[in-house]
Ligand binder design. Structure first.
Ligand code: A2P
Length: 273
């Protein structure tokens, strides 16, 4: 008999104090056959900064957890957690995660981290958040955080996807902020969503890199070209996308920052399951 177990009872399963916590799925919304979001409970001990990512997962049949990095899409003040996910047909995690229903359990890592945080940028006037695909997730967090509007006069979020339907999450979220009790008044006149598609006709089209290079982004927005004395940028998308956008930031004389050494732009690869 285990020394820990009271007489006649089995020993309790060992809980790893550094291991993931088990959270309950509260809601699930599917946007396309490639994209969905879900919300979960948030343990009181779980602290993060808007824009950070954390490990999310499901238990495997062999009992070991299967975890992948996910940006937290909800802001740091929210009592619940939100995640925006791609569905990869053969992805070991997302192919199972896409089937979750309210009431199901998901695993949540205990150590959120990341560089897409306001503190990794030096003070500026205009904040750009460049995203493609699920790279919008960290910005879904930051556009709901009042601190973003306290720090910047103007906040421009760009989101580029292949199809119009893939813009649903960002478009709905930004539209809903107008009536948001917390940031509703702050976003007015300050927040702009610049949404484009690359493979289906839409009001605005083109890769963000092309729109920056040709200057169309700035003429469309009615703002001056990138300027390190006023502009700050965050970017999140595929590895190719962030490398290409980063090159354009460097060309405009913006310097890359980090938590340890804040500067004028920061990058993070969008995570996929
Ligand atoms: P495109 O359709 O021209 O490839 P994905 O769904 O593959 O992650 O892509 C999301 C969006 O990011 C697409 O609109 C895609 O455009 C665009 N994209 C892909 N690679 C780059 C890149 N290197 N720079 C800018 N945008 C990119």
């Amino acid at each position: 008999m285990s020394a820990d177990a009271p007489a006649g009872q089995p020993a309790a399963t060992k809980v790893n104090p550094n291991g993931p916590t088990e959270e309950t799925v509260l809601s699930v919304e599917h946007y396309t056959d490639r994209l969905f979001r879900f919300r979960t409970t948030r343990p009181q001990s779980f602290r993060f900064r808007s824009g950070e990512f954390v490990m999310i997962g499901l238990p495997k049949d062999d009992g070991k957890p299967l975890l992948r990095a996910y940006s937290v899409a909800s802001p740091s003040w929210d009592e619940e957690l939100e995640f925006y996910s791609i569905k990869v047909p053969d992805g070991p995690l997302t192919s199972r995660l896409e089937a979750i229903q309210p009431g199901d359990k998901v695993l949540l890592g205990r150590k959120p981290t990341g560089t897409l945080v306001l503190d990794a940028l030096t003070q500026g006037k205009r904040l750009y958040m460049f995203s493609t695909g699920t790279g919008f997730a960290p910005f879904a967090s930051l556009v709901r955080d009042p601190e973003t509007y306290e720090r910047y006069d103007e906040v421009i979020v760009t989101h580029t996807c292949r199809d119009v339907a893939e813009l649903t999450y960002s478009k709905n979220l930004v539209a809903s902020l107008q009536d948001d009790p917390l940031v509703g008044e702050m976003v007015e006149g300050k927040l702009t969503l610049y949404a484009t598609t690359t493979r289906e006709p839409h009001a605005r089209m083109g890769r963000i890199t092309t729109l920056i290079e040709t200057g169309k982004l700035f003429t469309d927005l009615g703002v001056p070209p990138l300027d390190p004395s006023t502009d700050r940028a965050m970017m999140c998308g595929s590895m190719d996308m962030i490398q290409d956008v980063k090159a354009l930031m460097l060309k405009a004389n913006l310097k890359e920052g980090s938590n340890a050494a804040p500067a004028e732009f920061v990058i993070e690869k969008a995570f996929a399951g």
